[in-house]
Design a protein around this ligand. Sequence first.
Ligand code: SAM
Ligand code: SF4
Ligand code: SF4
Length: 347
Amino acid sequence: MDIPVALKSVEAVPSLDGLQRPLRELRMSVIDRCNFRCTYCMPADSLQGRGVFLPLEKLLTDHEIVDVVHAFTRLGVHKLRITGGEPLIRPGLPALIEQLSAIGELDDIALTTNGVMLPRLAEDLAAAGLSRITVSLDTLDQEVLDRLSGGKAKLGQILDGIAAAESAGFEDIKINSVVQQGINDHTILDLLEHFRGTSHRVRLIEFMDVGNSNHWRSEDVVSNADWVRRIDQRWPIAPVGAHNPSETAKRYSDRDGQGEIGVISSISQPFCGGCTRARVTADGILYTCLFGNQGTNLMPLVRHNRNREDLAGKIHEVWAARKDRYSEERGQPGHDQKKVEMYRMGG
Ligand code: SAM
Ligand code: SF4
Ligand code: SF4
């Protein structure tokens, strides 16, 4: 395979896809296992919900993850998000973060977690150079949380996790909340109230049709436009300009200065035009869309070839051919394809 001329230079170059979108961000899944069984992600009755996961020897090693991330930085990636499954389950995650934070081209390393292991790990993650933490929390009502997490999530543990992250120096923690009609929507204003006046920002995420096992129905989605109206009635809010065009969340600040919320409207207002994100699974499969069903296995190049030029060349080739815009085409004929599950893909 020809290596693009630009890849031979030491400078990182942004790769452009088939719709002229640059490659800017990587979501790296470090494990497909999880200690929760969220109904919208890994329902207890799904294959993985019943405990079928990748064998550990199939996971990329720390060294291999560093190689993959490094290759992405050569193509324009400056932002990395570590995800899963539940990333904190991966043994030795702080040591991996430490190696990743030594990659000079990366200026932001974030982590998405369900939070319960943060009391044990937050200090080490901060010391390792992790920049930011997002904690997923859908409700403050323990009964609702039981239903949503397959009986696995304990509110007190998640709040302790957020407090531990705060004490370790993580300031503006994002709180991701997936909203489902008739399941947790009646508890959302309480959740927002809880975090008002803190430096943390709740982001309301529309329930998405990721994977094949979460029984998604469009009538279960609460449009974020509804939220903006409902929140504005309770605490008047004003839109905040985007930091960059690829930001997934639209942000609103409380007019009384007590907080900010974000809404991620992948269903009602898709944002494929600004999508600059690639995803790699814990076993090294590259996907260029969250709703993809065909990935590119990087493992042969990572584990057996170990030539970083070839690896970067392959990623460049895949990105250049990308034309994904699933959310904008949702519902059109031919778009009811089998998809990869969220906990495999890395949310
Ligand atoms: N286990 C970690 C966690 O829950 O934060 C990281 C992985 S999880 C797959 C990443 C994010 O995807 C979480 O914030 C979760 O709420 C979100 N998510 C999972 N399934 C979803 C769905 N069907 N619709 C919208 N968001 C979803
Ligand atoms: Fe686990 Fe996160 Fe999926 Fe919930 S959303 S099952 S915590 S991977
Ligand atoms: Fe990006 Fe695919 Fe989501 Fe569109 S549907 S924003 S292309 S991940």
